[in-house]
Structures are given as C-alpha cells and as structure tokens.
Design a protein around this ligand. Structure first.
Ligand code: SF4
Length: 286
C-alpha cells in the first residue's frame, strides 16, 4: 500500500485545494475534537496508531513522486497527536521529505510542531495551526485533548520568528460557540500578533456522529443547533448550514482579515470569489 497518495478524498465540488500529495504517519487522532469528521470513516478514529512503515520504504517511495507537488501532512489524522511527543516519528519523516526536495504543508492543532523548528526551517514548509477559540474552557469542551489555544499561538509565534510561513485555520465555526464578531476578531488579532499572515476558515459541517458529540458537549446549544442545521443543505455526506448564513459568517472573518491585511480563504464552502489569498492551503507561501 502506498504511504503517500494524491490528495483526493475530499475533492468534492467545493474543494479549492491545488494539486498535492497527502501523507499521514498516524491513523486516528488523540485530540478527540467533538466536531471531528474522521470518526465517520476512520475505524477507531480516537485511538491513534502509528502506520506500519519503515523510513527505508518512505525513502524508496518518494523517489518516484513528482517533486513539484507539495506533500500535505496531514489531512485526516493530526501528525502531532499527543503520542507524537514520545514517538518522535515526525523527526524521522520530515528530513526524508525535505532531503528529497519536497515542499511541505503541515496541518495540526498542536504546539508540538514547534519542537521540530530545527528541521522545518531547513525546508520549504508552511505550517497551519487550527485555532477555534481563545477561551481555554471552551477549547477544553471542543478539543478536549488538544493543547490549549495559548500554546498554539506561542508555537505560531516561534515558527514565524524562525522565518517559517504560518497560517491559522479558524475551523470550524460553530453557531453559538465561536461565530460572534468579537470572538472572530480576537482570534485573528492574536494570530496576526503571532506573525500569521493568512487565515483559512470553514463552517461546521454536521454528520450524525459528530453532531451528537457537539450536542453532548454543548447541551445549552441544542435548540439553536438543531434549528440551524434543520434549515441547512446536504452537501455530500454532510449537512451544511444554509448558504446565506455560511456566507454571512465567512464574510465576518474576511472583514477582520482585511482590516489586518491578512490573506483570507475558506475551505469547502463554495465561495472562492471571496478569497484574497492565492491558495486556501498555503501552497503559494512555499
Ligand atoms: S485534531 Fe483533527 S483529526 Fe484530530 S481529533 Fe481534532 S479534528 Fe479530528
């Protein structure tokens, strides 16, 4: 089985990602975010396992790939899942890809990525860190085993200081949790102060399993969320909010990004005309 595959699984009609490869050293993720989408297609999604592969196998495989396409790590299971602190797997994987001339898009919710600045700074790398709230209590309910937002912002600052391009993903926006203007503005300002120059955002796409977890974590929002999503629309296997409401939320983020002169994009929303950044995934910063 191939370790690195063309990025494709989410290439639905709304995806604006440029061509790239996808690689996940882990299967599953220990951050256990209540809104996580992978639980609908990764068995044992919240019990991360290291994928069975050797560095030699990875070395051989990358020799056959197109170096003009970046490798995204990872689109499904966070490469800096808590177990990575002991496993140090990324410290073996990154040098192989960088040595072989690949540009990298790292996507994570963990400050642990800053541990690898010494390696990352040797390559052409863009790091995206998700920040959905600055409130530690809300973060604990939303992303119970992920590092607190303040640690993620410190990691962004350290990466930016090391000259590594960074982005934040304000993703997902959930009504009643993080959709108000003050919250959005505070997140973007904190990211900007940490040296981040692009935000990519997305609204929460409900699936039966993650919707149940969101309602369990935020019982006070049950009526509001049921009301919003019952008026929503079906896109693929997810339920989106109504298009007018999504547009309104996405525009709120864009407005703040413009005030700060940050690049702006959305993820699988269907509003590419609103983007001010060249790419939604940071490929243009590599
Ligand atoms: S960090 Fe990503 S993959 Fe991991 S649980 Fe959260 S949403 Fe899922």
């Amino acid at each position: 089985m191939k370790l690195i595959t063309p990025f494709d699984p989410w290439r639905g009609r709304l995806c604006t990602c440029p061509p790239k490869y996808s690689f996940s050293p882990y299967r599953g993720c220990g951050h256990r975010c209540v809104y996580c989408y992978i639980t609908s297609y990764v068995p044992g999604a919240f019990q991360p396992r290291v994928k069975e592969f050797t560095i030699l196998q990875l070395e051989k495989e990358v020799k056959k790939l197109d170096r003009s396409m970046p490798v995204s790590i990872a689109n499904s299971s966070d490469p800096y899942t808590p177990a990575e602190a002991q496993n140090l797997l990324m410290r073996e994987v990154l040098p192989v890809l960088i040595r072989n001339g690949f540009k990298l898009l790292i996507v994570t919710k963990s400050n642990l990525v800053a541990r690898d600045i010494d390696i990352l700074s040797k390559g052409r790398v863009c790091v995206s860190i998700t920040v959905t709230t600055l409130n530690g209590h809300v973060a604990k309910r939303l992303e119970p085993f992920a590092p607190p937002p303040v640690s993620r912002l410190r990691a962004l600052e350290a990466l930016s200081r090391a000259g590594i391009p960074t982005m934040i993903r304000l993703d997902p926006i959930i009504p009643g949790v993080n959709d108000d203007s003050d919250t959005i503005s505070a997140i973007l300002k904190a990211a900007f102060e940490a040296g981040v120059r692009q935000v990519t955002t997305s609204t929460y796409k409900a699936k039966p399993d993650n919707f149940k977890r969101v309602l369990t974590a935020f019982p006070e929002l049950e009526d509001e969320l049921k009301n919003v999503y019952s008026r929503g629309e079906r896109v693929g296997r997810s339920t989106y909010m109504a298009e007018s409401l999504r547009r309104e939320l996405i525009l709120k983020v864009r407005e703040v990004a413009e005030e700060l002169s940050m690049g702006f994009a959305s993820c699988r929303e269907g509003f590419p005309e609103l983007h001010t950044a060249e790419t939604c995934d940071g490929s243009h910063m590599l």
